[in-house]
Design a protein around this ligand. Sequence first.
Ligand SMILES: C[S@@+](CC[C@H](N)C(=O)[O-])C[C@H]1O[C@@H](n2cnc3c(N)ncnc32)[C@H](O)[C@@H]1O
Length: 207
Amino acid sequence: MSEGESTQAAEWDARYGERGDAMWSGRPNGRLVAEVEGLTPGRALDVGCGEGADAIWLASQGWMVTAIDISQVALDRARRAADAAGVAVDWRCGDALQTRFDAGSFDLVSLQYPALPKAAGDEAVGALLESVRTGGLLLAVYHDLDHDHREHMRARGVDPDDYVGVDDLLGLLHPSFTVERHATEPRVDPPPGTPHIADVILLARRR
Ligand SMILES: C[S@@+](CC[C@H](N)C(=O)[O-])C[C@H]1O[C@@H](n2cnc3c(N)ncnc32)[C@H](O)[C@@H]1O
């Protein structure tokens, strides 16, 4: 593991560790459910899977799921939740931008509120996008951050511009992708009390 990777891992482990037993709601993201429910299951990759609720939901729908997160603390929780739910997921602890997945190997690559550092470089992001199979879907969902929210994050030492955003993904999509939707829409089934009530969505299919 590189120094940058272990720093990131330690930061996310600390964030998860501060939140007692769970940082997230334990429910799958509403947008994922809305977009994927009813699709024929295949192989899915959940990038930055956190405590695993999306991966577990996908597995319960019949998908063969690989789920990666840089935080071991989050993945330990995800594993326990999957055991309790009685589903199997291939959990990977590591940096999604340093892990090479086979090109064209997933029917669905899902990034739900990812926090992937731009410092990893375009090639690494491009390789991740290349893991979508012909006919497969890329679904990337981001919080719609207004000016105040961005400033609030900067005041906490996190600059959203340092992270791979939806425009970066759009710029790196191979011409074999067709963008089916790039839109800002109300968040589906947001957790109670969250300030994040709108999503920026990118749905692209590989032809
Ligand atoms: C905002 S959370 C979203 C978690 C989950 N997708 C969800 O919607 O609940 C971002 C997640 O990305 C993970 N992460 C950050 N950098 C990563 C990287 N380089 N590779 C893999 N996971 C990463 C964090 O540990 C964290 O779990």
